[in-house]
Write a protein that binds this ligand. Structure first.
Ligand code: ASP
Ligand code: MG
Length: 412
């Protein structure tokens, strides 16, 4: 029998009613002849509540016990989903991560899946079970301890199961009806995409389109798992939602597929650092050791042996970055005149696979921003993305103007 993976996020299983509704969708796929693996999240809000309990009990918690507690929300939904399916006469049972087992590294609260042996579940399918309901987000380490995969991790569980079982598709049921050209809350002309390439989705996901956990897209790309994002409240047809797939499966590639934004960015500038071999390493090593996620980096032309170094990082890591750099200065490993943090910036990016073969996207983007009177503070590019840092108060305007200029409201 072909295998289908269906993942239901927290809002899709928020109440018993919604679990029933989700179970009906599962029933439809079973009737089509699939063996279905259902991956469930915890009921909406449940994981946050459990994290709160842990932090209140033990501020410097033991990460192994954190995982034991926060993984439990998924156990409840897995059992309830299996019961609901049984009530509908669909042969189903639940599996916690350790029962499969979903083997992971021992990096508690951020574990990676190492292996998913398929024997146990496949044997059950052979015995007539139609649905395996698996608790997402969790696994078991080599030491036999319960682990979790990081917030939003049940997307990754779903893709990993689709890869391990060679599933025909991995359907991610969520509270939005697909992936949009940009955030519909910012731009009312945002359009739902029918298809988007893995690389593009990866850029959009890491740029703050919070539809899918970034790691799940990486995994889907590596194993060529067809991923479909769709609403559990909307229509159900094979065309619903957005298919995230290999670019070869997309007929008409857009030059620009989407405009992404990230509101909480900060720009940090080290003024007048000695320009010598090793200086970048001396600056960015302590930052990485302090866990600062540096994104854009710009080094100025040097003047009389000194230069300015600018980088961006999330606003909530500014303190950490300042501490790390001050410490490095005190220890003598770097030397700068001033450290300036600008915490009122946002990042706006245009993303599209077609950029590989089309010129002029950057020029057009800069012209659009200049026509709106928006000053660009930092620019970075990759093969399929151009990002700029601008004043945060212009973020919405920039997104709307770019969406218009690249005519993203029209399908290719
Ligand atoms: N329940 C977990 C979370 O809220 C995992 C997930 O839903 O993906 O992060
Ligand atoms: Mg999620």
């Amino acid at each position: 029998m072909p295998v289908l993976v269906m993942k239901f996020g927290g809002t899709s299983v928020a109440t018993l009613d919604r679990i029933r509704r989700a179970a009906k969708r599962v029933g439809v796929e079973v009737a089509k002849g699939y063996d279905v693996i259902v991956i469930v999240s915890a009921m909406a809000g449940e994981t946050n509540k459990l994290v709160g309990h842990v932090e209140e009990t033990s501020p410097l918690f033991d990460a192994r016990e954190y995982d034991a507690v926060v993984s439990s929300g998924e156990n409840v939904t897995a059992g309830l989903m299996a019961l609901t399916l049984q009530e509908m006469d669909v042969p189903a049972r639940s599996w916690q991560g350790w029962q499969v087992p979903v083997q992971t590294t021992s990096a508690h609260s951020a574990a990676r899946i190492v292996d998913i042996p398929s024997e146990n579940i496949t044997r059950k399918f052979g015995e007539g079970m139609k649905v395996a309901v698996v608790a997402g987000f969790q696994g078991v380490s080599l030491e036999g301890r319960i682990t979790t995969l990081g917030r939003g991790g049940s997307d990754t569980t779903a893709v990993a199961f689709a890869a391990a079982f060679d599933a025909e598709r991995c359907d991610i049921y969520t509270d939005v009806d697909g992936v949009y050209t940009t955030d519909p809350r910012i731009c009312e002309k945002a359009r739902k995409l029918d298809r988007i390439a893995f690389e593009e989705m990866l850029e959009l996901a890491s740029l703050g389109a919070k539809v899918l956990q970034t790691r799940s897209v990486e995994l889907a790309m590596r194993y060529n798992v067809k991923l479909r994002v769709l609403s559990s409240f909307g229509e159900q047809s094979d065309e619903a939602g957005t298919l995230v797939c290999d670019e070869e499966d997309i007929m008409e590639l857009n030059v620009v597929s989407g405009v992404a934004h990230s509101r909480d960015e900060a720009k940090m500038t080290l003024v007048s650092v000695a320009d010598r071999p090793g200086i970048a390493a001396a600056i960015f090593t302590p930052l990485s050791e302090a866990g600062v996620n540096v994104d854009m980096i710009v080094q100025n032309v040097s003047d009389e042996g000194r230069t300015d170094m600018t980088f961006s990082c999330p606003t909530n890591q500014v303190k950490r970055a300042e501490e790390a750099l001050t410490k490095a200065k005190d220890s003598g490993s770097i030397n700068y005149h001033d450290l300036i943090a600008d915490t009122d910036v946002a990042k706006v990016s245009v993303v599209g696979i077609g950029m590989r073969s089309h010129t002029g996207v950057a020029a057009k983007m800069f012209k659009v921003l200049s026509d709106e009177g928006i000053n660009i503070k930092v620019i970075t590019t990759s093969e399929i993305k151009i990002s700029v840092l601008i004043d945060r108060k212009y973020m919405e305007l920039a997104v709307q103007a770019l969406h218009d200029a690249f005519e993203l409201e029209k399908a290719a």
